[in-house]
Every structure is written in structure tokens, then in C-alpha cells.
Design a protein around this ligand. Structure first.
Ligand SMILES: *[C@@H]1O[C@H](CO)[C@@H](O)[C@H](O)[C@H]1NC(C)=O
Length: 291
């Protein structure tokens, strides 16, 4: 009897000690550039390094990271214990193809996430073959260079359907209660054609922000009244929506929509703002209030 009571007390302590883990949207920058400290990616790199100052990494039991760089027909969850890396960027300095990130995976948690998706009517699959892409290992090298917290990569969907990504986030929310952080890895502004235009003409660019409207919209839905959060599903109707994320190329917005779904009952706050390439406002949001 005493033994049973002790077990009960132990379980209670363990449950009550569980850390309600944050949900955060990361701007991951251009390919390997944040790790290389390329000049236009330095603020991004510093904000990723600073994540350990705004959350207690040691309290996390795992990190689930939703990456803009893997698009699938069904949500795909990495499920092996050890993970290789996929260097899915081209024409960068050779060192970019030697990066390592040796954090463990978590096959049991991957399975439970798979089950949670199934229970929510979301099709998903486990993948113990392919490695993590740069939407995972570039931010993680900066956020937690010790690589001692298990990581699970989750893909976005090829259809870029806002509601489905929101529902993925809703299904992930419950895991925050056991110390699993949700990281969305994308960019709040991501228009490759516009990036290219600036990069081709870097000497003659003047600071001139082009995406105030859409950035304000994201700020309102992420940090404003919780009742308004679902307005993120209407992103395509917002001023500057398609300029910020061209139709069919909104892969970098999808992780933020997952974050919005995983946000719970409190408003988020902006923890990062930066002007990228003189013209493009980037915003990072975090939801870390206890429920
Ligand atoms: C990172 O943290 C340092 C020290 O707290 C601060 O000075 C700096 O502005 C932060 N940088 C970014 C980009 O968040």
C-alpha cells in the first residue's frame, strides 16, 4: 500500500512539474547563411541564438519543428532515433555541406504524434529514412548547439491549405503540456523574386519597407485578441498577402499557421523584428504564457 502511494505521489509530482512548453515562429533566413554569419543574415542568426534567453531549453523534453522545406501530400513525421541531414541548398560555400547536428530523434513521441493526428482526422506518416532539412538544422545549430534535446521534424502539406495547417497545430497543442516545444520554421515574408531583385542590385538599394500591411496583419492575428487568431486563415485576402507569399509559394507561411493553431488560449507576443535586405520586415512570434 505504502509502495502504491509512493508511486502515486511520484506520478503526481512528475505531472505537476511538467513544463508548459512554448510555441514559437522562427525566421530561418537564407539557406546556410545564418550559420555562416553572412552580413544580411546576422540579425536572424542572433535572434536564433537568443532563443535560449527567452525560453528555458533545459526544461524541454523535445522539440517538434515544422519546416517550410519539406512539402508532402500527407504530414510526414521523422521517426528514427538518429538522423542524417539533407543539405537542400545549392551553390553555397563547401563548409555548408559539412554541417552536423547530432541531436537524437524520439521514435516514441513521433508515434504518439502520428496517433494524435489520426485521432484528429489528419493523414500522416512516419519516416525513419530521410534526414532533417536545413529548415531544421540551420536554426537548431544556433538555438541549441549542444544538440542534447530530441528533435522531430514535421513536414508541411503541398496543398498549402491554411485550415489544414491550422488543424495540424491544434493537434500538436496538447504536447506542449508535457514539455514539447513547437517550433515553426519559415519566414514571415518570403518572395523569392523580390529577394532576387534586391540581391542583384545590392549597391543601389535604399531602405524602403514594402510589407507593412501584411506584417501588421500577422502582428494583429498573433498578438491581438485570441478570438481574431483564426483570421490568419484569410491571409490570402489581406493587403500584401500575395506580395509577401506568392500564391502556390506560401511554404514559408505555413509553419506560422501551424503555430497559430498550436497557440492555445493566450495572445502571443512579438520577440523579433528585423528589416531583411533593406525592404522586407520580418517578425517572430512566441506563445509562452501558461494556460
Ligand atoms: C540578442 O540578445 C542580445 C543580448 O541580450 C541583445 O543585445 C540583442 O539585441 C539580441 N539580438 C536579437 C537580434 O534579438
Amino acid at each position: 500500500m505504502l509502495k502504491l502511494n509512493l508511486i502515486a505521489i511520484f506520478c503526481f509530482l512528475k505531472l505537476s512539474n511538467a513544463y508548459f512548453a512554448p510555441n514559437i515562429f522562427l525566421n530561418h533566413g537564407g539557406g546556410p547563411y545564418p550559420v555562416l554569419r553572412e552580413e544580411h543574415n546576422i540579425e536572424i542568426a542572433d535572434s536564433l541564438k537568443n532563443i535560449s534567453k527567452i525560453m528555458d531549453l533545459e526544461k524541454l523534453s523535445a522539440i517538434v519543428i515544422v519546416t517550410a522545406h519539406r512539402e508532402e501530400d500527407v504530414v510526414t513525421i521523422t521517426s528514427s532515433r538518429q538522423q542524417s541531414l539533407v543539405y537542400d541548398y545549392y551553390h553555397f560555400p563547401p563548409v555548408s555541406y559539412t554541417f552536423k547536428y547530432n541531436a537524437p530523434g524520439d521514435p516514441e513521441l513521433a508515434k504518439r504524434i502520428h496517433n494524435a493526428f489520426e485521432a484528429a482526422g489528419i493523414k500522416s506518416q512516419l519516416d525513419d529514412q530521410r534526414g532533417w532539412d536545413h529548415g531544421v538544422f540551420i536554426p537548431m545549430m544556433l538555438i541549441n548547439p549542444k544538440a542534447d534535446i530530441p528533435v522531430i521534424q514535421i513536414s508541411i502539406l503541398k496543398n498549402q491549405d491554411a485550415k489544414q495547417h491550422y488543424d495540424i497545430g491544434k493537434a500538436l497543442f496538447q504536447f506542449r503540456k508535457e514539455g514539447v516545444a513547437i517550433f515553426g520554421s519559415g519566414m514571415s515574408y518570403h518572395n523569392m523574386a523580390e529577394f532576387d531583385k534586391v540581391e542583384r542590385n545590392l549597391k543601389n538599394v535604399e531602405v524602403n519597407i514594402v510589407n507593412h500591411d501584411f506584417d501588421n496583419f500577422l502582428n494583429d492575428v498573433c498578438t491581438g485578441e485570441v478570438e481574431n487568431r483564426q483570421k490568419i486563415l484569410l491571409w490570402e485576402q489581406q493587403k500584401g498577402g500575395y506580395e509577401s507569399h506568392p500564391l502556390g509559394e506560401a511554404d514559408h507561411l505555413m509553419p506560422l499557421i501551424v503555430n497559430a493553431g498550436a497557440a492555445g488560449t493566450r495572445p502571443g507576443r512579438k520577440y523579433f523584428e528585423s528589416v531583411f535586405l533593406y525592404k522586407f520586415l520580418l517578425s517572430g512570434f512566441i506563445w509562452d504564457d501558461d494556460e
